[in-house]
Design a binder for this molecule. Structure first.
Ligand SMILES: Cc1cc2nc3c(=O)[nH]c(=O)nc-3n(C[C@H](O)[C@H](O)[C@H](O)COP(=O)(O)OP(=O)(O)OC[C@H]3O[C@@H](n4cnc5c(N)ncnc54)[C@H](O)[C@@H]3O)c2cc1C
Length: 400
């Protein structure tokens, strides 16, 4: 009997563990270790500060899901992976493994820019704690509104959520009758609106330009932030933009546990993998989702990262699980699915409108890519959230 350990319990981790169990039957041991007791539908964090969702609406306890699937779930923080010894170290206990899937997601860099930190006046929405804090700041702001700056820092891999938060905030200001008092500026490292770290999707630049002008939102592209103070965001180009409320999407590196494990990750703590998601040095280790390295293959005047979607996390997890199943059955021909070739499927909520982006490949060259606008409502992302949480609750990992 082999023991397979999955590190992380969200998109990549939960999908890996459930797929392993579904494909392996019960002759091998599958253990999932995550420091969070819950699955979190991260894309809906954009709605927490503005009150459209509460955290309880977008979380699912992992215990019943894993118990039903007969995956052993351990809620603990992993502090180190000893790849040479095939050992995972938690604070209280060590675990030997035959195969390991690492799906530990990002480590957000909040202090990338002088003056920027978790304690600065700039808010974040990247995890439950920061989204909750931003909600408090938003409630204070709307009592005495002023200028707003929304955007992403240089190197950020998350410009999409910055646009979503921007449009939702603009709509909320209109609903509250305070829009006239709120001058909104969007700052982005993208060379043009709608680049999104993907080189653009057909129609994304045109549509985003139209939306920003329709909602009277100023914007600055190629924005590189020099420093942040309590009242101003100063750009390297020289502008100093005053703000009373601000939300910036920071950049991330790989998880702390990868950084703390000698020889496991790249300089940025990602797992260097081949097209089968297998570690380039340790064949019994796989890296999926955000944990897997995805080097930048294009240059922009101001650095911008490639977005890592939930779909990429799920697809890489399914591929890694399939490959471990093959290796356990003595088949060394592994399935290959290069991350940059996985299709791009994204729903961007734009307040009371939405944009659906589809591309046959995450990065260029592509055969097709298209943005479809829905100018009448923003129902798709809500429907998708409900579908995905239903899928998680029932453990239907094989579904898209
Ligand atoms: C605000 C926001 C909006 C987004 N919107 C979208 C969107 O609209 N569409 C989309 O496709 N993607 C979106 N994304 C990206 C999406 O959330 C990620 O692609 C997805 O969460 C990646 O999944 P993952 O499993 O790789 O990492 P995560 O979801 O981050 O999971 C990491 C897991 O590892 C665990 N972990 C980490 N370190 C340890 C440790 N030391 N010990 C134990 N456990 C550990 C964590 O508890 C967690 O369970 C958004 C992201 C953000 C921040």
């Amino acid at each position: 009997m082999a023991r397979i350990i999955v590190l992380g319990g969200n998109f990549g981790g939960l999908t890996s563990a459930l797929e392993l169990r579904r494909k392996l039957g019960h002759q091998h041991e599958v253990i999932m270790i995550s420091k969070s007791p819950n699955f979190l539908f991260v894309p809906s964090l954009i709605w927490i500060p503005l009150g459209k969702r509460k955290l309880k609406d977008i979380t699912v306890p992992l215990k019943p899901v894993t118990a039903k699937a007969r995956v052993q779930f351990i809620c603990a923080e992993i502090i180190e992976v000893l790849a040479e010894e095939k050992l995972v170290r938690c604070r209280e206990k060590d675990f030997k493994y035959d195969y390991l899937i690492i799906a530990t997601g990002p480590e957000w860099i909040f202090d990338q820019i002088p003056g920027l930190s978790l304690d600065s006046n700039v808010s974040f929405i990247v995890n439950p704690e920061t989204a909750r804090e931003t909600r408090k700041r938003w409630l204070k702001f709307i009592k005495d509104p002023g200028p707003v700056v929304i955007g992403a820092t240089q190197g950020s891999q998350c410009t999409g959520p910055a646009y979503e938060f921007l449009f939702n905030l603009e709509k909320r200001c209109r609903d509250l009758g305070i829009r006239k008092k709120v001058k909104i500026t969007f700052i982005t490292p993208e060379p043009f609106l709608g680049h999104l770290g993907l080189g653009g999707i057909t129609g994304s630049n045109f549509l985003l330009k139209k939306l920003l002008s329709m909602f009277r939102i100023n914007y600055i592209t190629n924005a590189e932030i020099e420093e942040v103070s309590n009242e101003n965001i100063v750009l390297k180009q020289g502008q100093s933009i005053p703000y009373k409320f601000s939300m910036l999407m920071p950049m991330f590196k790989g998880a702390q546990v990868v950084e703390d494990s000698t020889g496991l990750g790249t300089e940025d703590a990602f797992i260097s993998v081949n097209n089968a998601y297998q570690h380039k040095k340790y064949p019994s280790i796989f890296g999926v989702g955000i944990a897997a390295d995805l080097p930048r293959k294009f240059k922009t005047p101001v650095p911008i990262g490639i977005p890592r979607t939930g779909y990429l996390a799920d697809e890489s997890a399914k591929t890694a699980a399939e490959n471990i199943v093959r290796l356990l059955s003595g088949n060394n021909k592994l399935e290959e699915k290069p991350m940059e070739k996985i299709p791009e499927l994204c729903i961007m909520d734009a307040g009371d409108k939405e944009m659906l982006s589809i591309a046959d490949s995450l990065l260029k060259p592509r055969r097709f890519s298209l943005v479809l606008p829905n100018p009448v409502c923003d129902i798709s992302k809500i429907m998708f959230e409900k579908y995905y949480l239903w899928k998680v609750k029932h453990g239907y990992s094989r579904l898209p």
